[in-house]
Structures are given as C-alpha cells and as structure tokens.
Design a protein around this ligand. Structure first.
Ligand SMILES: [Zn+2]
Length: 260
C-alpha cells in the first residue's frame, strides 16, 4: 500500500518536473558530493558528462571510502576501500575526467560532524568558484546520504551555490516516511506544487553513463579476487539500477531554509 503510494508520488514528480537540461548542462563550475564512490554516477553521471562537454570544471568529492558496502571473510574493509578507489578512478575517466577528491571519512560516518563536513566542502566551493552543487538528498533514509545532504544544504546557505539534490535511496522510504509521514508528505507536496523538481535528459550520453557505472564492479555483484563464489556478494538493487538507466536524471532544487 505505502510502496504503491510512493510509486505514484515518484511518478508525479517525474511527470511534472521541468526539463533543465540546457540550464544545468552549462559551463558553470560544479561540485558533486558523493557519500560513497558510485553515487556520483548513479545520480548525476549524465549531468557530469554534459557539463564537462560544455567546458565546465567539475569536481567530484567522495565523502566516505565505501569500505562497508559488503562484509566478507575474504576481502577486508581496507582492501575493499582500496578496490573502490581504483573503480572510482576508472569511472571518473569514463565520465569525461572530473577531478576526484576524497574526504576519506570511514563508511557509515558521514554524519559524525555535519558542520565540519560543511566547512570542508564550503572551502572547496569558495576556492573553486563553484556555482552548481549536486548532492544526495537530506531526506534519504540512508544515514550517510542524509548527512551529506544536510551538509550540502549548509554549504548552499553559506556560499550561495545553487544546490540540486539527486535521489538514490530516497524512493524506498519517501514520501510518507515512517515516523514522519505528515512532514515528508508536506515536503513532497511543496516540491511537486512549486516546481521543485527538474530533470536533465540522459539521451545521447546514457551509454557512457552506464559504462561509467559498470566501472564500480564491486557494487554490481562482481566479487573481488579471492572471494569464493559461495560467499554472498550483493549487487545494487534493481530499483536503483533502473533509476540510473532512466531517460532523465531528476533533481530536487533546494531553495533555502524553508526546505529544511
Ligand atoms: Zn551511497
């Protein structure tokens, strides 16, 4: 029942979102915040490709090292983090070569000090003259994604950068979120009624986006060397992969303190 209502809400957002491909695929300097290596490609790989093609400088800031995406007796968290670093470098090449910076927080701890995270990101935004900031959404249930989203909102408030939030894990629990049904529904209504959702067409860069996503091999079910076939090694869920392959990337525009 709830998941059906969420699906309807999601469909309504996609149906009413305005096409901002031309506005967002511009040459204005951009910074993409990824809580884990792979989020940048899932949520805005096409936008990164388009911006770089338009001559924009794009920086991808990977907040955590992603060491806990899998638990294995054969691949330590340190080894997994090292593998994901290589995968991220590969994905970045396939995305047209954005600069990649690592904040190296341990996976799962993006929210330990949101204010300090916002300070670090804010300094980068000022230093690089970033105008467009992309981040996972503060309304996501995943703690790292929500924390990075909260930090991004602080950065937008403090620097004046335009913030576009890309959903990755949002749709499984929003709107009508457990423990906050009314507030999450009113967030949804505000976004839907005030033109808060915009899209970038994936179209001709879709294949390159999916090629970049394929670089994140450990997240797509490929076991690292030495992990036997009988040890479970999960892939990103079909719903997330389906969204990554859609014809558009959806962004929720953050419009200041009222959206908190
Ligand atoms: Zn993530």
């Amino acid at each position: 029942m709830l998941s059906g209502l969420r699906r309807i809400a999601r469909g309504a957002l996609f149906a009413t979102a305005r096409d901002w491909t031309d506005r967002l695929a511009s040459s204005s300097p951009a910074l993409v915040l990824a809580p884990h290596p792979d989020d940048e490609t899932i949520g805005c790989g096409a936008t990164i490709l388009r911006k770089i093609a338009a001559g924009a400088s794009v920086t991808v800031v990977v907040v955590t090292d992603g060491r806990h995406s899998h638990r294995s007796s054969y691949c330590s968290p340190e080894d997994l983090a090292a593998l994901r670093r290589v995968e991220m470098a590969d994905a970045a090449k396939r995305l047209g070569g954005p600069e990649v910076l690592w904040l190296d927080l341990p996976d799962g701890q993006a929210g330990t000090d949101v204010d300090a995270l916002a300070e670090r990101v804010g300094a980068l935004v000022r230093e690089r003259g970033v105008e467009d900031l992309f981040s996972t959404c503060a309304w996501e249930a995943h703690p790292d994604h929500a924390a990075v989203g909260r930090a991004a909102r602080l950065v937008a408030d403090r620097t004046g950068a335009r913030l576009f939030e890309y959903p990755v894990w949002l749709w499984g629990s929003w709107p009508l979120a457990k423990g906050g049904r009314w507030s999450s529904f009113s967030q949804f209504a505000r976004v839907a009624l005030t033109g808060g959702a915009v899209t970038v067409r994936t179209a001709e860069v879709r294949d390159r986006k999916l090629h970049a996503l394929a670089a994140h091999r450990t997240q797509l079910g490929h076991r690292p060397d030495g992990v036997p076939a009988d040890e479970p090694w999960v892939s990103l869920p079909p719903a997330v992969l389906d969204d990554a392959g859609r014809g558009v990337e959806l962004f929720l525009r953050y419009r200041g303190q009222a959206d908190r």
